[in-house]
Ligand binder design. Structure first.
Ligand code: COA
Length: 177
């Protein structure tokens, strides 16, 4: 059932921070970066990027229940980068993925951002594409061959966008299939 109330906001208690870290660890790092996989990476709940004042670690609440998380990193050149996006499994497939992106986009716009960027996992390229993202490299995007950098202009995009260059569709999109 579609929740009546959605809220995307920063964690306000140790319990809420624990939920944010648990969702990221379980549904992103354990899945995409397991120790025995090709891109091992242990989740660090004390990572300094979460304490950077330009970065906003956020929780999605659906009718006051924690449904998922993402981080919105605001860059001085007008880009906003969406990272570490994940919903709890029970909240997937019903439009909340689209909703969390929409809420993050609203926050990015309110902060004056003109470009929304993401490093998509190959299996979710289609999810971002449905929300208006297209594959293209951006400054600071992933160098991991598995990741697919994508971007979406906001308010007509950045006036000058030399860093956004089309990614050759072949290898990345084949991996996404
Ligand atoms: C990715 C994720 C946030 C999507 O959430 P969701 O609730 O399933 O998405 P929605 O139901 O809002 O789907 C929105 C649209 O994207 C489509 N979509 C969802 N997941 C998709 C996927 N993996 N590939 C292609 N399209 C997808 C839906 O069909 C829907 O299309 P519609 O607009 O035509 O109805 C969720 O599956 C998740 O948390 N996954 C695990 C963590 C993860 O992989 N994070 C991505 C890191 S880059």
């Amino acid at each position: 059932m579609r929740p009546r109330r959605l809220e995307l906001r920063e964690p306000r208690s140790a319990t809420e921070w624990d939920r944010l870290h648990a969702i990221r660890k379980t549904h992103i790092f354990d899945v995409y970066h397991p120790p025995d996989g090709p891109w091992p990476c242990e989740y660090d709940p004390a990572h300094p990027d979460d304490r950077d004042s330009a970065n906003r670690p956020l929780l999605l609440f659906a009718d006051d229940e924690v449904a998922g998380t993402l981080r919105l990193d605001l860059k001085p050149d007008g880009r906003a980068v969406i990272r570490l996006v994940a919903l709890e499994p029970g909240f997937r497939g019903g439009g909340l993925g689209a909703a969390i992106l929409e809420l993050a986009e609203g926050l990015a716009l309110d902060s004056g951002a003109r470009m929304l960027c993401v490093n998509a996992q190959p299996g979710v390229v289609g999810f971002y594409a449905r929300r208006g993202f297209t594959p293209g490299r951006w400054e600071g995007c992933t160098t991991c061959p598995r990741g697919v950098p994508m971007a979406k202009p906001l308010m007509g995009g950045l006036p000058i966008r030399p860093e956004v260059r089309p990614v050759p569709a072949g290898p990345h999109l084949q991996r996404a299939a």
